[in-house]
Design a protein around this ligand. Sequence first.
Ligand code: AMP
Length: 618
Amino acid sequence: MAFCESTKITVMSLFLELGLKEPINKALTDLGYEKPTVIQEKAIPQIISSTDDLKAFAQTGTGKTAAFSLPILQLLDSNSGNVQAIILSPTRELAVQIGNNIKDFCKYLPSVKVTTVYGGSSMEDQIRSLKRGSQIVVGTPGRTVDLIKRRALKLGNVQWLVLDEADEMLNMGFKDELDKVLEATPDTKQTLLFSATFPREVESIAKNYMTNPVEITSGQKNQGSDNVNHEYYAVTERTRYPALKRIADLNPNIYAIIFCRTRRETQEVADNLIKDGYSADALHGDLSQGQRDSVMGKFRKKTIQILVATDVAARGLDVTELTHVINHKLPDQIENYTHRSGRTGRAGNKGISIVLVNGKEKGKLRPIEKIIQKKFVEAKVPSGKDICQNQLMNLIDKVQDIEVNETQINEFLPNIYEKLEGLDREQLIQKFVSLEFNTMLAYYENAKDLNDLSSRDNSRARTVDENMTRFFINIGRKDNLNPGKLIGLINEQNIGDKVEIGSIDILDTFSFFEIDKNFEDKTLEAFSSNQPDFDGRSVNVEITKKERSGGGRRGGKKPFGKKDGGFGRRRSSEGSSSSSRRSSDSGNSRGRSSDRPDRSSGGERRSSGGFGRKRRES
Ligand code: AMP
């Protein structure tokens, strides 16, 4: 999320102005919080000044944890060891995250104690911690109820009950547990309900358990969403998985979550990606707590680039640098799309939220557009050649940026120079590039146009227009290019009065556009004589062949070879894995699987065993 710059003095006063005391401000300054977020600005003074119940519309990433916990820290009686606040959260991960956040917030409030309770972890340790006296307890619903039943958790003095991500808790079937916790708390408490969506079930909780709640909202969307572009790819069931792989291949530096609806779908997509050599893993409710922690740890450290996850399991994973969120399938409840897409475009970064839709699913896009108040842009599944070009440019960027360690490499160089004698500069470049590149080229050599396949059941998919010439241009999304700017750039070249511009594909580091065939030469001439630049980058335009295989685009040279190379990914042929195939018995298949949407509670629900076992499906 983007937080404005401000000086330290302003920082202090901004949080002090909301009514918070100095030790809390000091902790916030240490955390680098410079300015309250919208939900914090609204909730903090409201909770401090009034005991009215509160209903807050707030999405993931809006700063809602601080919004409800800071006023509680401000008001609670640190001399008493009684539980004064109980915070319920749907998953263990989220509970742990909230507990840790609060511990950070009370860095300078030494008498305040926080205990986090959740399933899948020692109940005895949690009971011991409660016995030592905690003013704040954060818990998952099931474990909280277990501890109430054992009389280890006494909620008779609770002043604040926070229901965080209330919609998710109800989605996950925690209605009974919520009822039990609500019963165990006194009527005098203040209930603070935070939810990203307000379906009927959440409204009925609000109606039955809250008295005239004050309503606040963090605005239409969190700030991150403004930084997110939404794209859809038209696919069929046959092309869904190959399209997914091509999207990953087009973006060599991808750091993404692929969202799936069910645990089985999640495991299968992850298995297939791993088998096809991608840096991926699965995260869903069938994994044991240890497995989930390990996968999340690897993803946070970027040891894996692609996390395939269910909505529920991905909660509590706080990563700010995702380049992409990919909806392998749209969520059952379209409101959850905002949860998913809000995972990217955070902390001022740009993000892309991609949806793969078949003909039937496309109808879901419009209602989502209404919620996000943005249009989905149709993107074409990249061709093999698009991918090879992107990968090649990425490789060249890396070559440009690599630092040469002269002291280490110098002693080897004379031998190397001797061996490579006789090769001129061009040949050398060709050989080194091919070394890295040939696997991808071979892999995509006869790759089909997946858009043609999908166009059968998709009226909005584009087809190749024979009256148009397709041009490659060396600038893309990363240069802040968009279709409007590209049209402007083309028009500035004065190619002709009535020149027709066809389809435009903006990719990360380069783009394609179509121009009326009759203006093919003029377009090339105009760009070459005007030598325009775009945002300081000199622009280069070349004709791209429509057919997707064979040949290079640079002056008839053959930059693409056929030798084996080390692309870093082990590949079989493109169609080798499909999302419909049963999961293999590979080491990555874990636990039992389910076709139901993942409602597991992050270690909360007890399984009938079998975690860690390889899955066998008949
Ligand atoms: P939350 O919505 O509570 O999960 O918060 C999302 C992220 O924003 C977390 O990493 C918080 O630490 C961070 N955050 C919350 N409030 C602020 C703030 N006022 N300034 C800077 N970062 C914040």
